[in-house]
Write a protein that binds this ligand. Structure first.
Ligand code: XUL
Ligand code: CO
Length: 439
């Protein structure tokens, strides 16, 4: 079989650009192998389907597996899959993620498309058996085709809902066949462009019904992976319903779906929502809905989804800290939902982006483990809230206190709070010292 990448396997601890400096799959971090703590995945779409085009220009990348030489779309899909698995293997990470349309070409009818997907799943099974690579998650693309322009589940036309349901059923079953650890729903077109043509009440009901149908089918087929919703506030749609983790959580609670779904948090979606990535992860860990991560970063000077490779240990160590604080990943992991810059046209730039991003995550994991072990954050935080453990704090939480009883205590002068310092600068210094000293 011809090779698509003229480099060997990425090394470990060696000189040269294509060697990990920090990532060591077998190194134990808080009692678990680094590979099992991070559970890294490569995404199929940006890495293998995207030719480097943007809204102003055509593809720039050197991607021989995308060249329109093959007249048979299935042969082209197999060639692309060969390139993808060669990359996964040389990079040395355990997982990949895919949309149905990433791995299989659309046919003339739905049943043709479904057959193409089934055939490509069979091909993927073979490649996975050969290489030991696994599926972190699968998903259905419910946003590219014109039929989904006004949404999939939230479309005003129930026939579009039905079509989307058929597509998700098939993609969920494909993910199940491949032993996927999760299944993702990202609602890129579930939202609105203008309220002049949008019935918000109906669309929420439709989305909830859709999510119930997916959860029912998951149980029916015995898929044991986690269902994940990926929040994003906007882009491509002006306003998306799954705005951020807190909105998704509220929606799940409101429609009795909270036991069935968790969140797949993307770094750049968090920042587009006006939050930090740290905030989104901390919110979901604290509220029991944390699932998985789409690793990337935005650009502080613009307001769209640039999907750049992560490169800040300072930011990521706090994210990793929250994940470790919550007990680490169960079925989730770090999927690199990342794009090269359009000028990074060399095929091997795919390696440079991933190697740097993975080393950054690995370094952030080591820092986070130290933050856990030294209780750098936990001890002052627990001390700050210690008043709630007993006395009047515990009485308020247990319901023993009322407005009458609290007023009586304050009136009697028994309660007279004195402000205390939040000590933000001190805490920032302590975290930085761990970052600088961690090995
Ligand atoms: C879009 C995005 C998607 C989802 C999967 O911003 O992140 O690639 O991750 O549909
Ligand atoms: Co994503």
């Amino acid at each position: 079989m011809p090779e698509f990448f003229d480099v060997g396997d990425v090394g470990f601890g060696e000189d040269g650009d294509l060697s990990y400096r920090v990532y060591e799959p077998d190194r134990l971090v808080l009692g678990k192998r680094m590979e099992d703590q991070l559970r890294i995945a490569v995404c199929y779409w940006h890495s293998f389907n995207w030719p480097g085009s943007d809204v102003f220009g055509m593809g720039t990348f050197d991607r021989p597996w995308l060249e329109p030489t093959a007249t048979d779309p299935m042969a082209a899909a197999r060639q692309k899959m060969d390139a993808a698995f060669e990359f996964f293997s040389k990079l040395g990470v355990p997982f990949f993620c895919f949309h149905d349309v990433d791995i299989a070409p659309a046919g003339a009818t739905f049943s043709d498309s479904a057959r193409n997907l089934d055939d490509m799943v069979t091909y993927a099974e073979k490649k996975m058996a050969e290489t030991g690579k696994r599926v972190l998650w699968g998903t259905a693309n419910l946003f590219s085709h014109p039929r989904y322009a006004a949404g999939a589940a939230t479309n005003p036309d129930p026939d579009v809902f039905a079509y989307a349901a058929a597509q998700v059923k098939h993609a969920l079953e494909a993910t199940h066949r491949l032993g996927g650890a999760n299944y993702v729903l990202w609602g890129g077109r579930e939202g609105y462009e203008t309220l002049l043509n949008t019935d918000l009440r109906r669309e929420a009901q439709q989305l909830a019904r859709f999510l119930h149908l997916v959860a029912e089918h998951k149980h029916k087929i015995g898929f044991e992976g986690t269902l994940l919703i990926e929040p994003k506030p906007a882009e491509p749609t002006k306003h998306q319903y799954d705005y951020d983790c807190q909105s998704v959580h509220g929606f799940l609670e409101r429609f009795d779906l909270v036991d069935e779904y968790r969140v797949n948090i993307e770094a750049n979606h968090a920042t587009l929502a006006g939050h930090s990535f740290h905030h989104e992860v901390a919110y979901s860990v604290s509220n029991g809905i944390f699932g998985s991560i789409d690793a990337n970063r935005g650009d502080y000077q613009n307001g769209w989804d640039t999907d750049q490779f992560p490169n800040s240990v300072d930011e990521l160590c706090l994210v990793l800290y929250e994940i470790l604080r919550g007990g680490g990943f169960t079925t989730g992991g770090f999927n690199f939902d990342t794009k090269l810059r359009r000028q990074s046209l060399d095929r091997n730039d795919l390696f440079h982006g991933h190697v740097g991003g993975i080393d950054t995550l690995a370094r952030a994991l080591l820092v986070a483990a130290e933050l856990v072990e030294r209780e750098t954050i936990a001890v002052p935080l627990n001390r700050r809230y210690a008043g709630w453990e007993n006395g009047v704090g515990a009485g308020i939480l247990s319901g023993a206190e009322t407005l009458d009883s609290l007023e009586a205590r304050v009136m009697a002068g028994e309660i007279d709070p004195r402000p205390v310092s939040g000590r933000q600068e001190l805490l920032e210094n302590r975290v930085n010292r761990v970052i600088w000293s961690s090995r």
